[in-house]
Design a protein around this ligand. Sequence first.
Ligand SMILES: Nc1nc2c(ncn2[C@@H]2O[C@H](COP(=O)(O)OP(=O)(O)OP(=O)(O)O)[C@@H](O)[C@H]2O)c(=O)[nH]1
Ligand SMILES: [Mg+2]
Length: 147
Amino acid sequence: MRRVMIIGMIGSGKSSLIKALTDDAKQVTKTQSLVYLNGLIDTPGEYAENPLFYRSLMATSHQAAAVLLVQDATRDRCGFPPGFAQGFPIPAVGAITKADHPSANADRALQLLRQVLHASEIILTSSHANIGIDELRALLERFTQNK
Ligand SMILES: Nc1nc2c(ncn2[C@@H]2O[C@H](COP(=O)(O)OP(=O)(O)OP(=O)(O)O)[C@@H](O)[C@H]2O)c(=O)[nH]1
Ligand SMILES: [Mg+2]
């Protein structure tokens, strides 16, 4: 099965995004380990924040058709090191999360994520307000379906 692996800082909204994308009814709780669900691979934020886990992310990426890098719109830093997206043997795309949040800054988030993703597609989303979810699902289906 062709999957998309979702990577981002702790609490950036990865699992909430997966819940919105898949209409999953379960409540979102802290992700403790890799979770495989409906063609997506959820990862704990610790894996993105601690370079000791990068090897594990790279190994897992071999089971995926693409990686989705998540940037929290309320955060003023990116957290991914330069060149992070190029380290994967598969395409990388991006999602900005929490667009609905009172302290969200979409332009800042886009700038931060652009530094890592360059020309790749980046979609502005909110799992809570259902912004950009259909668009993101369609983008990811390009990787999970056909080919
Ligand atoms: N306002 C708002 N809050 C959100 C949104 N998505 C997630 N959150 C909140 O952000 C917090 C973290 O969400 P998670 O989906 O658990 O984040 P995560 O990236 O999976 O976190 P880890 O599993 O710890 O890596 C929760 O309190 C969510 O309610 C959103 O679209 N809008
Ligand atoms: Mg999670």
